[in-house]
Design a protein around this ligand. Structure first.
Ligand code: NDP
Length: 235
């Protein structure tokens, strides 16, 4: 058991759920956010196993008011966070060619994948535990890398992940003197609703890898992009 606290967005399914489960197993207190309790059956069941260590909070990452309200609520409860994991993500499968762009879907990618983590970090920074090293992780994607060899597809998703990588670089520099380390993590191609059943990684291995990357995060390697297997990737 420990007294460390992590907030994880999009924790009702996929990688976010497994991250929540693993941190609970490791004795952390987990604040797990989701949009709707009806789609959070597994998370609610997990609460049954960890009643004192897991709290489930409703929050849509595209709604600035809801992010602000949750931050105020946790602040009033005097919660101090050691780690924030921006995990919630949206993949728009339609925008595979410049000839077939759906603007609303591309916009949603930016709202969920880029602007959500930006505003969430802004609202939750005052809750960060300043007594020890704190960490902010963004579950990004190698698909947002400008340097890796890429196929041409998923305009909105790729652009929004490139944008959130820049958030990580900016944050890492601005917060370095506040003892806050920041990292972007590529979780691998993972068997979730987003990754599909033919993906190469199972969700447990991916989550354990992400946790290990976060464990190895310090002020010395802040502001970088890592794969879940520990390999540093180029932005
Ligand atoms: P899933 O599709 O399984 O889960 C996505 C999660 O994000 C769900 O909890 C979903 O909630 C939440 N979410 C979506 N929109 C919103 C919103 N507006 N507000 C709050 N939460 C929202 O995806 P994964 O678990 O696979 O992905 C997790 C992260 O990993 C994402 O950031 C993704 O981009 C990244 N990633 C995944 C890869 C993969 O192969 N799976 C590869 C590379 C990166 P709800 O149930 O309410 O929709």
């Amino acid at each position: 058991m420990n007294n460390l606290v992590v907030l994880i967005t999009g924790a009702n399914r996929g990688i976010g759920f497994e991250l929540a489960r693993q941190y609970l197993i490791n004795g952390w207190t987990v604040i797990a956010t989701c949009r709707d309790l009806e789609t959070a059956v597994a998370l609610v069941s997990l609460k049954g196993k960890f009643p004192n260590k897991l709290s489930i909070e409703l929050m849509d990452i595209t709604c600035p008011e809801k992010i602000k309200t949750l931050a105020s609520k946790l602040n009033e409860e005097n919660i101090k966070l050691d780690l924030i994991i921006n995990n919630a993500g949206y993949l728009d499968r339609e925008n595979t060619s410049i000839h077939t762009i759906n603007y609303a879907n591309a916009e949603m990618c930016f709202k969920v994948n880029s602007l959500g983590p930006l505003y969430l970090t802004h609202c939750f920074l005052p809750l960060i535990n300043k007594k020890r090293l704190c960490k902010i992780a963004v579950i990004s994607s190698a698909m947002g890398s400008l340097s890796l060899e890429q196929s041409v597809d998923w305009y909105g998703y790729r652009m929004s992940k490139a944008a959130v990588n820049m958030l990580v670089v900016n944050l890492s520099q601005e917060l370095v003197n506040d003892n806050v380390a920041v990292v972007a993590v590529h979780p691998g191609w993972v068997q979730t609703d987003m990754g599909g059943s033919t993906a190469t990684e199972n969700v447990v291995d991916s989550a354990l890898g992400v946790i290990n990357v976060i464990l190895n995060l310090s002020i010395d390697n802040t502001g970088k992009l890592y794969s879940f297997n520990g390999e540093e990737l180029p932005f």
